[in-house]
Design a binder for this molecule. Structure first.
Ligand SMILES: Cc1cc2nc3c(=O)[nH]c(=O)nc-3n(C[C@H](O)[C@H](O)[C@H](O)COP(=O)(O)O)c2cc1C
Length: 170
């Protein structure tokens, strides 16, 4: 599969079959995260992989009752404690973690495994469930598992709506 084919194959999977992810595939998925770029190469990301069914159930509840999280083999809780702000004014934590998460999503896709980004959750509740310290930022969650869903056509803006050359022309 080319990279673009993998990108086209990825979609938000909201229905999972009850099947664990093989250790070798899990290792490849996390290797893709580990190799992601980060500002100043700080690699200030930390991931809590939630595989215990009773914890996934609690996380699903803390994620505004997105019950499909209960059925994913794993719910990844992606965290950062990076305080560094780049010269451009952007805080690196969410950026770096998001790059690593998309590496994960694409590697999982290539292995035939579904993912879904989850931004709708209560960080305080998730921290409490997993004993994550207060000063750690949870950037996002990601459901990972074998899909029982079907891919829908991607709804995307045409390129001319999102790209211009040389000067702002929007
Ligand atoms: C940062 C972020 C947060 C998201 N949060 C949720 C979520 O809480 N629940 C959900 O079902 N989908 C969530 N999504 C998935 C988006 O709805 C989805 O990516 C978008 O509709 C495009 O569809 P596709 O991923 O199938 O191409 C999130 C996506 C991103 C990037």
């Amino acid at each position: 599969m080319t990279l673009l084919e993998t990108i086209k194959k990825r979609y938000s999977c909201r229905n999972y079959i009850d099947k664990p992810i093989e250790n070798e595939k899990t290792a490849l998925i996390f290797e893709a995260a580990r190799l992601a770029p980060s500002a100043k190469n700080l690699q200030d990301w930390r991931f809590v992989a939630v595989t215990e069914p009773y914890l996934r159930k609690k996380i699903a509840h803390a994620a505004n009752d997105q019950v499909f999280l209960e059925n994913a083999a794993m719910v990844l809780v992606a965290c950062s404690n990076a305080e560094y702000v780049m010269a451009c004014g952007q805080h690196i934590g969410a950026i770096d973690v998001s790059i690593a998460l998309e590496h994960i999503a694409l590697q999982a896709t290539e292995l035939g495994i579904g993912t879904c980004w989850i931004g709708s959750f209560d960080p305080k509740k998730v921290k409490k469930i997993l004993s994550i310290p207060d000063d750690i930022m949870i950037v996002d969650l990601m459901a990972i598992g074998y899909s029982a869903d079907t891919q829908r056509p991607a709804q995307r803006e045409p390129l001319e709506n999102i790209l211009c050359y040389n000067n702002w022309k929007f």
